[in-house]
Write a new protein. Structure first.
Length: 249
């Protein structure tokens, strides 16, 4: 039976303060939890019998069979599925992200959890294994971001660090960013290593970080003479940029 104390503990993980204090986060949904189980330490898992039957051995420290209404009591989803799990947050070092030999994404103040989750998913699709986020970027372990990643966090390491310090540590690497006065990305020579910086939804890349970018790119609209919307959503822009880098690879 699901106790009131356990409900309170899990519901508290909606908030970053408690996720940081406990070193835990919540994932829910049939496919998401299945993807996460073999990449993160599972502290607690509750599921319906039908889901458990499809998983074989479930590596959870505490396993609970969901009774009627239990999942809804702890779920952060409008339409809960068959499983909810609590995982331990991983510990990574930004030093693992070496742009001298691979592409690394750097996110400068991304605020929307959906955008962050989508970018993590994009990174996974395009084989970018490390993302360095400024400290004011949304928390990748929030329930909303977790849902948006669609399990990609099992393959992508997300680090929180000062982007300026990270870039300065790798001064000899190309540092890319998108700007209105940049060079057409489709005409520019691109490398398969370096740092790709994506900025805040409303303000773009902050000036302090922009000053460190040595490869300015521009995503042109089509056709050039046609009037269009003012800008692209940051996740859409990230998709175009990552796809173009990989197309050249």
């Amino acid at each position: 039976m699901l106790s009131k104390t356990k409900i309170k503990e899990i519901r508290a993980l909606e908030y970053k303060k408690f996720r940081d204090e406990q070193g835990l986060f919540v994932a829910e949904g049939n496919k998401l939890v299945a993807d996460m189980l073999h990449s993160f330490d599972c502290e607690w898992l509750m599921a319906r019998t039908s889901w458990m039957a499809t998983q074989g051995d479930i590596p959870a420290k505490e396993l609970l069979l969901a009774e009627e209404g239990d999942i809804r009591r702890v779920s952060f989803m409008k339409t809960p599925q068959d499983v909810v799990a609590v995982f331990r947050k991983p510990t990574y070092s930004p030093d693992e992200a070496n742009p001298a030999s691979r592409l690394v994404l750097a996110l400068d103040g991304i605020q929307d959890p959906g955008n962050l989750g989508t970018i993590v998913r994009l990174a996974d699709w395009f084989g970018i294994e490390h993302i360095v986020c400024s400290h004011d970027t949304a928390d990748v372990f929030s329930p909303k971001t977790m849902q948006a990643t669609m399990g990609a966090l099992a393959h992508v390491k997300v680090h929180y660090a000062d982007p300026e310090e990270f870039i300065n540590k790798h001064k000899n690497c190309p540092v890319y960013g998108t700007f209105l006065d940049g060079e057409n990305i489709y005409n520019r020579q691109l490398t398969q290593h370096g740092i790709i910086v994506m900025g805040n939804e409303g303000n773009g890349i902050r000036p302090e970080t922009a000053a460190l970018i040595n490869e300015k790119l521009y995503i042109p609209s089509y056709p050039p003479s046609r009037e269009t919307t003012e800008s692209l959503n940051v996740a859409m822009a990230a998709a175009i940029v990552c796809a173009e880098f990989r197309r050249r690879g």
